[in-house]
Write a protein that binds this ligand. Structure first.
Ligand SMILES: NC(=O)c1ccc[n+]([C@@H]2O[C@H](COP(=O)([O-])OP(=O)(O)OC[C@H]3O[C@@H](n4cnc5c(N)ncnc54)[C@H](O)[C@@H]3O)[C@@H](O)[C@H]2O)c1
Length: 437
């Protein structure tokens, strides 16, 4: 046994503040309401359905994660949101078309009463959308102060003891880190100067961190992955994590690629294409917004295959990712992968994957787990980048000197070992020699 970390109890209500009330957010809120009523099961959620092995394999100790660590109960969760459109969560869920009307009607009351607060929005960052539920202000610092006022009001009106914020809004255009993001002082000056390089998502993250509210980024935008906001998270002892929920095709990649590599099978190329017809697909149809997604999706294979360590197997593979906006499919994306591999003596083989997935059905439980685990991290005094939550992301945020770990199974081991560590349990290495002594 190691020392147990002191963790404040999960007492009172947890407010989950969602930036963006679109397909993912409404699928999350409707899902939690339906699970609370016993209508549905929290399938896909590690915090709700996952177990954790403790001690030796012969000990037969595998409690549910939620019984092992003190997590907020779904009964204590309340939701708040911002969106550039005024429609309530029920109407937004109907428009998103992810969940059946019958299911939505059973939870219509809490959904209809969830009305989005006015958003911080800049057209240049999301070219394809225009909404009228948008704040105006003197400059970007003024907008951040308005968000801080929203956060404080929400907390007191809903009698919350804690809050977390999850970015579930549209993907912003690709921007590179620059000097305005390099330190907190530079960022704050740029916010007063209304600098165009300060994205709306950074203003939300700034407001959250100023209030000590953990911030998780479900989209590929830079957002909290800049030195200025890492500095603020450190200053206010607040956890942060990102970026880009790991759901359909990239989830499959990080399941399959470690397997191919573990058998020392070579790779000539991996071609991935998707058709997607929801609002996210429409936003990503713009090349500048798609660039953010592309960068996030492309990074995965390079890190898993380590071409510099295995030049003969992975030194020269081509990796292409496409997303095409195709309205008839709505949220029910189809992702195809063609993988050209080679085996013994260089003989070539192919693998084809056709994943008929549902984007928001895969993403909603991730958003829930992130909110629940970020609240745990905060109560456990964990501040700054939460690398143990890499499991949930396509492009995990890490300390600057580290490369991200993409292998799903290593990510899961890291997550569970972090929970064991927090609770003072032995870490599991899978060595197992002790069974043969
Ligand atoms: N569904 C998945 O599998 C998945 C996976 C990885 C990442 N994501 C990301 O999650 C995000 C949400 O996906 P979605 O399918 O719910 O998209 P969506 O288009 O249905 O919802 C996004 C919502 O955000 C709102 N919005 C845009 N800018 C905003 C701002 N500045 N402030 C407040 N609201 C704003 C939009 O009006 C929209 O209602 C996207 O960025 C998407 O790329 C989704």
């Amino acid at each position: 046994m190691t020392n147990r970390t002191e963790i404040a109890p999960a007492e009172g209500k947890l407010g989950i503040l969602l930036v963006g009330l679109g397909a993912v957010s409404t699928t999350l809120v409707a899902g939690v309401e339906s699970i609370r009523r016993g209508i549905s099961q929290p399938v896909g959620s590690l915090t709700q359905m996952g177990t954790i092995r403790l001690g030796k394999r012969t000990d037969n100790r595998s409690p549910l994660i939620k019984d092992f660590v003190p997590l907020a109960s779904l009964d204590d969760v309340v939701f708040g949101a911002w969106d550039i459109f005024k429609e309530n969560a029920y109407d937004a869920a109907m428009n998103a078309g992810v969940l059946d009307k019958d299911l939505l009607n059973q939870v219509s009351e809490p959904l209809s009463s969830l009305k989005p607060m006015a958003a911080v929005f800049e057209q240049n960052y999301v070219k394809r959308l225009t909404g009228d539920n948008v704040k105006t202000g003197k400059n970007k610092m003024d907008l951040a102060e308005q968000l801080i006022a929203d956060i404080e009001r929400f907390k007191s009106e809903n009698d919350c003891s804690r809050l977390v914020m999850v970015w579930c809004a549209s993907t912003e255009i690709y921007i590179e880190e620059s000097e305005v993001h390099a330190s907190l002082a530079a960022l704050e000056k740029a916010m007063y100067d209304d600098d165009p390089r300060i994205a709306p998502s950074m203003i939300y993250a700034y407001a959250a961190l100023k209030c000590g509210v953990p911030f998780a980024n479900g989209a590929p935008n830079l957002t909290v992955d800049i030195p200025a906001l890492v500095e603020l998270a450190d200053q206010t002892s607040t956890p942060i994590c990102g970026k880009d929920f790991k759901t359909g095709q990239t989830l499959m990649k990080t399941i399959l690629a470690p397997g191919l590599k573990s058998r020392m099978l070579g790779l000539d190329g991996w071609y991935s294409t998707n058709i997607l017809g929801n609002r996210d697909g429409e936003v990503l149809d713009d090349p500048e917004n798609f660039k953010s997604k592309e960068v996030s999706k492309l990074s995965v294979l390079e890190h898993i295959f380590q071409p510099e360590v295995y030049p003969d197997l992975y030194g020269d593979f081509s990796h292409v990712v496409r997303i095409n906006y195709y309205p008839p499919r709505g949220d029910n994306k189809e992702g195809w992968d063609n993988i050209d591999i080679f085996g013994w003596l260089g003989y070539k083989m192919q693998i084809k994957i056709d994943f008929l997935c549902r984007d928001s059905i895969l993403a909603a439980p991730l958003a829930l787990d992130l909110a629940i685990f970020m609240d745990l991290a905060s109560r456990a005094g964990m501040k700054g980048v939460q690398e143990w939550l890499s499991f949930y992301f396509k492009a995990p945020q890490t300390a600057p000197e580290l490369y991200p770990e993409h292998d799903l199974f290593i990510q899961l081991m890291k997550l569970k070992n972090t929970l064991r560590h927090l609770m003072g349990e032995e870490l599991i290495t899978h060595l197992g020699l002790e069974y043969y002594d």
